[in-house]
Design a protein around this ligand. Structure first.
Ligand code: FE2
Ligand code: FE2
Ligand code: FE2
Length: 419
């Protein structure tokens, strides 16, 4: 029933990058497009393969420190605001994942103008961050409602004016060379940019062990959950609950680890939901609820594009399906919902009922038990898993509380001052 497959690194990077920018047409594929530009530039510059790849990784996730759709749009007006915060948060997150860490300085300085540097352009991270800065400026200058070949000359003129001021002359010259063909601009703005990068970019044939993906799932859990103090420990609670239930159910350690990984990523689709809906203090309107509901579908579309994530996708994306077929987004009935997805669904409901929400306080234990049993009676949740949870509630809560306390401390120490 369970197995943990190796995961394709290119799919993982490109899908998660894209997920961060699906919320708004002015954002979509911003990071993938910057990755395309730096990929072309660093190839022409003849950088060693490792550096070439580090730059690509940095570009693909460079705005990871801007958590909500609102913040991402705001960051793009950074000339008017302070870009430091999202750069610093990006640095902090990159340091959590060993294979992201070498790209940290590129992310840190991706908004630093050339005239602010004391080091020479030959310093690796100065050149690399200047390339990313140029790519970011170019991408943000593209007017998405105009045909690209009607505006690319004006964009190039603007970049030329930055030469020697905000961007080093050599970096500008490099860009002029690689952008000197229609193909560059048409690729850059193509709806198939992800496919273009998947076929021509790095890591196409690199598969990494699932345990190496775990740290990435934790930083995505952070950017999903830390948008509000009320959800700061949500996915971490589900991960602890699901793996404890898995163990009680008789699953192996590796199966339980997959459940944790899936729980960390189950609300990936919430990256497309604005703060104004996610943190609304009152009841959502029908229109707002429709926007929120799409998150499970987005989780599915993002994770299912990653080779090696076939089972993780099911565990993560089916958490709002119900055994009677009345759930969303697919309306699957019980025969199509496996044990892993059933466990994550129970863990999600249990964790949510134990959390304060903007529209209601946390429930007392007797009400939690009654609500879980009612969901099992109505054939929404699996009755075996619900009873397993109720029979072992103290033990499950203990594990959850330990993990959630660590996460909450981390939130308060590093991330709370989110304006
Ligand atoms: Fe940025
Ligand atoms: Fe950016
Ligand atoms: Fe959800």
């Amino acid at each position: 029933m369970f197995h943990s497959a190796d995961v394709n690194l290119s799919d993982l990077l490109l899908s998660l990058s894209q997920a961060m920018e699906m919320a708004h047409t002015n954002l979509s594929n911003h990071q993938l497009r910057t990755a395309y530009i730096v990929w072309k530039m660093s190839a022409y510059a003849g950088l060693p393969v490792e550096r070439h790849e580090q730059l690509f990784v940095a570009a693909s996730l460079h705005d990871i420190g801007a958590f909500s759709p609102e913040e991402k749009l705001h960051v793009h007006d950074f000339e008017l605001t302070n870009p430091e915060r999202h750069c610093n948060r990006g640095v902090f997150l990159f340091k959590q994942v060993p294979w992201l860490t070498p790209s940290t300085n590129i992310v840190k300085y991706h908004h630093r103008s050339w005239h602010s540097w004391d080091e020479p352009i030959s310093t690796d991270y100065v050149l690399d961050s200047q390339m990313l800065m140029l790519a970011d400026v170019v991408e943000r200058h593209i007017n998405r409602s105009r045909y690209i070949l009607h505006q690319h000359n004006a964009i190039s003129d603007f970049i030329r004016k930055c030469s020697g001021i905000t961007l080093h002359k050599d970096v500008v010259d490099l860009f002029m060379y690689v952008s000197n063909r229609d193909e560059f601009w048409l690729d850059l703005t193509s709806l198939n940019i992800k496919e273009i990068l998947r076929k021509n970019g790095p890591f196409q044939h690199v598969f990494i062990e699932q345990k190496k993906v775990f740290a990435v799932s934790e930083i995505f859990r952070t950017i999903i959950d830390f948008r509000s103090p009320m959800t700061a420990t949500h996915s971490c609670g589900i991960a602890a609950c699901a793996s404890t239930l898995g163990k009680l159910f008789g699953l192996t350690d590796s199966e339980c680890r997959s459940l944790e990984l899936a729980a960390n990523l189950h609300d990936t689709g919430k990256l497309v939901v604005p703060d104004s809906i996610l943190n609304k203090p009152g009841k959502l309107t029908d229109e707002e609820y429709a926007v929120l509901r799409q998150h499970a579908y987005v989780t599915y579309s993002v994770l299912s594009a990653v080779r090696g994530f076939e089972q993780i996708t099911e565990y993560a994306a089916f958490h709002h399906e119900k055994l009677d077929g009345s759930g969303y987004p697919f309306g699957l009935s019980g025969q199509h919902i496996g044990t892993g997805a059933r466990i994550v669904a129970v863990a999600d409901v249990f964790t949510a009922l134990n959390e304060d929400r903007p529209y209601r306080p946390r429930m007392k234990q007797s009400d939690v038990i009654a609500t879980l049993r009612e969901s099992a009676d109505r054939n929404f949740l699996d009755a075996r898993i619900v009873e397993l949870l109720i029979d072992n509630m103290a033990a499950v809560e203990k594990v959850m509380l330990e993990k959630q306390t660590i996460t909450l401390d981390y939130y308060h120490e590093q991330f709370q001052p989110i304006a």
